[in-house]
Design a protein around this ligand. Sequence first.
Ligand code: OGA
Ligand code: ZN
Length: 366
Amino acid sequence: MKIEVNNNTIIFNNSNKKTEIHPLWLRERVSNKEYLDQKTEQRLFDPSLLENIKIKNAIIKGNILELTFNDGVQSRFHLNKLKSEFLDSNNLFNTVKVNLWDSSLKKIPKYTFKKNFFESKEMYNLLISFYKYGFVIIKNLPTKNNFIVNFANSIGTIRPTNFGEFFNVKSVPNPNDLAYTSLSLSPHTDNPYRKPVPCIQLLHCIENEVSGGFSTLVDGFKVAQYLKKTKPDFFKILTKIKVKFKFTDKKVVLENDGPLIELDENNNLKQVRFSTRLDFVPLLKKDKLELYYKARKKISDLYNSNKFKIEFKLMPGDLLMMDNHRLLHGRTSYNPNEGKRYLQGCYIDYDSSEGKLRHLKRSFDY
Ligand code: OGA
Ligand code: ZN
């Protein structure tokens, strides 16, 4: 692909498909210091006020495009930078390859925490693995002083909820959520009743002395993809019907709704929701509900089947970071009389993980 000049028009030539670049699009990108603050990379002018911008003179010298606009402004543009913008090649989602998995997943993505970890290449690789698999495990984290908060804030900022900045997952008397018991938890996504639904969940194991209490994970996107192929009518109804999720506590009633499988505007998988303790389907016509219940039973069987579920034990110091819009998680039951089991959990948003990944990409991918 090439950028060419023809009679003061700038042409982007991609495999002989030629597109003229709008002069104002280029004018918006002038980078001289009087037009662009060199530290913040923020504009010092308002391009929305400009009109009738034309190019008076254009010349390419090596890798640089030199332009003079009809308002007298002159600027230089790096061709590679223009090309990467045109091809959107710096878009994270064009560089990170997503790998959907089932229980045949060979290797759990694991990283080991050490000194100066947060700004390291390891951290960069960790975030890439996170986007690829939807989860990673970080080993060897300090288990004192709520270190999960430091970890979350090293990626971005923690998302506090009515449970606080972080929450303690252990078996307690009179729990306000079944997570705080020793019961098994079937694969679920967390907090589908929250607005917005938390994007990423962190679970940090502080103690795990019991013989049960294994962690389980399922790639919800893989299951949804499988359902689409094998039972398209089930898939379709699960993408269409909005289910209400509700959480009730002494001081708050939280509600949000959405389909069990949500697609984006291009019909790609966007988010799965599954929490059989908290879901309420609307009262629809009986035959529609008949199909919905069959489809829900099918996806529930798939989520719980050994074809899709992986199981492992978190040890003290291990932190599980997982995509709550893509993966389902759960645990096997345990006997609290055998010893202590104590995890700490919290949430962060994609805003944090994407921002950190772009930041580290500046150091490690150029
Ligand atoms: C949770 C949860 C799993 C576990 O707290 O959301 O799913 O291993 N916990 O206790
Ligand atoms: Zn959970």
